[in-house]
Ligand binder design. Structure first.
Ligand SMILES: [Zn+2]
Length: 318
């Protein structure tokens, strides 16, 4: 239940015609704001990092859905998007898959930003939609030697394995079964969480909670890298002892842009569209709710892991 948006073009111009199926890339960079010349980030394809998010022709806001002038996926009226934000949906990609292209593109970006090599282990902490999509992107787009996913619920466990995880462990086993699988040693300090000697070379934190961010740094190998894919809470008081002691690098992984992928410059959205049939993306979407059922929809999204849902969506049609 983010603000990923699938729709049809109402007024066709700038290369799109009315009725075409499109997905919206929400980042509101210089092009969408009518700013010329673009800032250096937009000019290099990293428009999610645009520094002009409060300037230009439209109200401040980093994304569609957070800007007073554009509307969003939860609005009843017409949503306004700049042609630079639109991606055509190929016929072979059904609506159910298209609506999940946006979060999958975030996962593609994370996997290509902190990329594990063939001799490395990628640890994905969390198996909500973000964590599962990161597992899929790692398997489809990188040469990761081994992928381990931390998943709490049965459906998450099954999907993580289907999407390419080699092993799945329960969160209560991270300082036991997981560290054993990583060949790491666990020690109990006088204060705080366990100290882990060893760990995974690349860790993807896909929850965004204080505890799991701390776990991510602890379970990372010395000199390794942690990608923060989950959105961290506004107020965090983190114990970063492991980050300091193991010289772990912490990298933000936000949204999408233009990726360098096997010698090709390609948008994260295009790569997400490309891998979506292979991973049977459509099977991860549902149930659907009408906008007027928003209470049930939010309740379903809040308990999605427990109830076996991966991506709960609104359907405005009809
Ligand atoms: Zn910009």
């Amino acid at each position: 239940m983010g603000h990923e948006i699938l729709g049809e073009v109402v007024e066709g111009n700038s290369g799109f015609s009315a009725g075409e199926r499109v997905v919206v890339e929400p980042a509101l960079g210089c092009a969408a704001r009518g700013i010329e010349p673009p800032c250096p980030y937009c000019a290099s394809g990293h428009y999610a990092l645009c520094v002009n998010a409060a300037k230009g022709d439209i109200s401040p806001g980093i994304q569609t859905g957070f800007c007073g002038d554009t509307g969003g996926g939860w609005s009843e009226g017409t949503l306004v998007a700049h042609p630079s934000q639109l991606h055509r949906v190929p016929d072979e990609v059904p609506d159910e898959a298209a609506v999940a292209i946006e979060p999958l593109a975030c996962a593609v970006h994370a996997a290509l930003k902190v990329t594990p090599g063939p001799d490395e282990t990628a640890l994905v902490i969390g198996a909500g939609s973000v964590g599962l999509f990161v597992v899929a992107a790692l398997r489809q787009l990188t040469d990761a030697g081994r992928i381990i996913c931390v998943a709490k619920h049965e459906r998450q466990r099954e999907e993580a394995l289907r999407l390419g995880a080699d092993e799945v462990v329960h969160p209560r086993e991270i300082y036991g079964e997981l560290t054993k699988a990583l060949g790491a040693e666990v020690y109990a300090p006088e204060l705080g969480k366990p100290v882990v000697m060893g760990g995974a070379e690349k860790v993807f934190e896909c929850v965004g909670a204080q505890g799991t961010i701390e776990d991510a740094t602890r379970l990372c190998a010395p000199g390794g890298e942690v990608a923060l894919v989950g959105m961290p809470g506004a107020r965090s008081c983190l114990d970063l002892t492991a980050l300091w002691h193991k010289e772990v690098r912490l990298a933000g992984a936000y949204a999408y842009g233009v990726e360098e992928y096997r010698g090709e410059k390609v948008k994260s959205f295009e790569l997400a569209m490309r891998i979506s049939p292979e991973i049977k993306l459509a099977t991860l979407v549902g149930p659907r709710f009408r906008l007027r059922q928003y209470r049930e929809a939010i309740a379903a999204a809040r308990s999605s892991g427990r109830n076996g849902h991966v991506k709960v969506v609104f359907d405005h049609r009809g």
